[in-house]
Design a protein around this ligand. Structure first.
Ligand code: ZN
Length: 307
């Protein structure tokens, strides 16, 4: 089993309750962790994923009630694409009509593009032969139609060369195909979260971060040793410094701004989301890191209502 590819994507939302409702009910993902932004504990941090919150399935949000809308442009993650069985495209086209779902084709695959309530660009790609893969359902989306992790992300960049070199040299991707101004990179042997598309859009205005935009993209490292080796390659081969390692409780992370200006993170596969609550109860209680636990009462009182 390969351990490379996308670990998670983190985006910015507005209203927390609306975000929770859309991802758990409309898209049928599991809320695998309800915590706060460790760097801004006045805001929630929601993690959505498969049953276990496996790397390659996790989309996370900082819901900031008063965030102004982001502006699409160069230097950002433009679209996040999930996998669904090919036979479920009709089901999802109907289900996502209100979200403006449009059918399209990319690299020979059929996909539905749509937006979340904050304007975040999403897509579902229909893949043959994945019906039998395990999937999770809370009843809103029947299990046979359920989302099965990430297919890909696409980055919109002024230039793609330096970013492509990092994908290849540090994260184990290789160039797989080209279509128009897009280059597709594949992490060999990684079925879930193994594709990154780089789209060259010279001359665009730079993106502005806000509601409906992606904050950062995280790649997988098996453990601390592999993460440190990736940091060494970034420094030695690409002249890029990463932050010190930060303990995110469910993984341990370092961050850097890649040459196309997208914020990249490297996150360990370990320890995972069942480190502080049982697997069957993931996402049910507000979990806080140890350093915030003594402030629990104030934090809970300040967080927006979810029900
Ligand atoms: Zn992250």
């Amino acid at each position: 089993m390969s351990r490379s590819g996308i670990h998670h994507v983190t985006a910015i939302a507005g209203n927390a309750r609306r975000n929770l409702d859309f991802y758990t009910r409309t898209l049928g993902l599991r809320l695998v962790k309800k915590t706060v932004n460790f760097d801004d504990p006045g805001a929630y941090h929601f993690y959505y994923g498969d049953e276990a919150g496996s790397p390659g399935t996790i989309l996370t949000f900082f819901p900031w009630e008063h965030a102004s809308p982001g502006r699409a442009g160069a230097g950002e993650l433009q679209e996040t694409v999930f996998r669904i069985p090919q036979s479920s495209l009709g089901y999802w086209a109907t289900r996502l009509m209100a979200q403006g779902a449009e059918r399209g084709t990319r690299f020979g695959e059929t996909l539905l593009t749509f937006r979340d309530p904050d304007g975040l660009r999403l897509a579902l790609v229909g893949l043959p032969g994945i019906e039998a893969e395990p999937a999770w359902s809370n009843g809103d989306v029947p299990v046979e139609h359920a989302i099965r992790g990430f297919h890909s992300v696409s980055l919109m960049l002024e230039k793609t060369e330096a970013t492509g070199a990092i994908l290849s040299d540090v994260f184990g991707f290789r160039e797989m195909a080209r279509e128009g101004d897009t280059i597709r990179y594949l992490a060999e042997g990684t079925a879930i979260g193994g594709i990154v598309d780089l789209r060259a859009v010279g001359g665009f205005l730079p993106a502005r971060l806000g509601r409906g935009s992606v904050h950062h993209l995280a790649f997988r490292a098996a453990d601390d040793a592999e993460e440190m080796e990736m940091a060494r390659k970034l420094a030695d081969h690409h002249g890029l410094r990463t932050t010190e390692q930060k303990n995110r409780d469910y993984f341990r992370s370092i961050y850097f701004r890649e040459p196309g200006h997208v914020l990249f993170e490297i996150a360990t596969d370990i320890p995972g989301f069942d480190v502080d609550e049982p697997a069957e109860a993931l996402g049910t209680a507000l979990k806080l890191p140890a350093f915030l636990e003594r402030h629990r009462a104030e934090i809970e009182a300040a967080l927006p209502a979810l029900a």
